[in-house]
Design a protein around this ligand. Structure first.
Ligand code: NAD
Length: 262
């Protein structure tokens, strides 16, 4: 039986993730690359050939300001403001953008009443499996001090990363706590550790794709969990899996947990 094809448009096509997503779309069975979208001021990329932009040679698809009508799923890796604007296309969406405010997240939840939306600050299989592991061991290591340290390339806009928050939230879920009540973002001056707090620290530099460390300290031992993304392709492959899932999903807000459980 031939596999049904999902036609996707990449929004933010000229970005670090956008180029990787175009490559993944071209190489993934069951995915067809229908278009690439860039912001109105992106003079270098608007009108350019999408394949040439992504380094795979001419495809005969021009980068446009709006997704083509035949795109079934929009894959959005841009900025929070742009993502919220693009909800108005009212098409199934895979959202990888990070750094949303509470108000912006509410807008996404509202839109998901009418369209399927898969929202994940990290689309790698490893991080999403780790999320379950962290939830379990933070409950078992109750009373251990938790610190989260993340590192990303020098151009990353939001801090801490969406993944650091996701893993911090998993740790608090494992202890029946609320991350917002126990998180401390960096420390400065006189800042003794309060019982139960979770320190979250962001390093920025060079070309680091993404590294997350969770450390559990007691007086007698230290347990450390590390995830390193070795290439952006790992996120792009997760986004393709998410696009296949979202194309046939009912309206609603989904996470990578839903995608990976199918
Ligand atoms: P980037 O700055 O390299 O690329 C963003 C692209 O979006 C740029 O080309 C920009 O011109 C374009 N853009 C901005 N506004 C737009 C608009 N209104 N319409 C169309 N295009 C627009 O950034 P990046 O490193 O590719 O990261 C993009 C986002 O993805 C960030 O929020 C980052 O944190 C997130 N990210 C998520 C994952 C994940 O697995 N979920 C992985 C890596 C990065």
């Amino acid at each position: 039986m031939t596999q049904a094809v999902t036609r996707v448009a990449i929004i933010g096509a000229a970005g670090r993730m956008g180029r990787e997503l175009c490559n993944a779309a071209l190489e993934t069975e069951g995915i067809e690359l229908a278009g690439g979208v860039e912001r109105s001021g992106a003079a270098d990329s608007l009108g350019a050939d999408l394949g040439e932009l992504c380094g795979v040679g001419k495809l005969g698809i021009a980068v446009t300001e709006d997704p083509p009508d035949n795109a079934e799923v929009l894959i959005e890796f841009t900025t929070p403001v742009a993502t919220i604007e693009h909800l108005s296309y009212r098409k199934p969406m895979v959202i990888g953008t990070t750094g949303f405010s509470e108000e912006q997240l509410t807008r996404i939840e509202e839109a998901a009443k009418d369209i399927p939306i898969m929202l994940a600050p990290n689309m790698s299989v490893g991080v999403n499996v780790l999320r379950e592991v962290v939830r379990e061991i933070s409950g078992k290591l109750a009373g251990y001090d938790i610190e989260v340290v993340e590192a990303h390339h020098r151009n990353k806009k939001d801090a801490p990363s969406g993944t650091a928050l996701l893993l911090g939230r998993a740790a608090t879920e494992g202890r029946g706590q609320d991350l917002e009540e126990v998180a401390v973002y960096g420390r400065e001056g006189v800042a003794p550790r309060r019982e139960g707090e979770i320190g979250i620290h962001a390093l920025r530099g060079g070309a680091v794709v993404g590294e997350h460390r969770l450390i559990f300290y007691s007086e007698g031992e230290e347990v450390e969990i590390i995830h390193r993304a070795l290439s952006r392709r790992t996120f792009a492959d997760g986004a393709m899996r998410a696009a296949r899932f979202t194309a046939s999903a009912k309206p609603g807000l989904y996470s990578m947990r839903d995608v990976l459980s199918t």
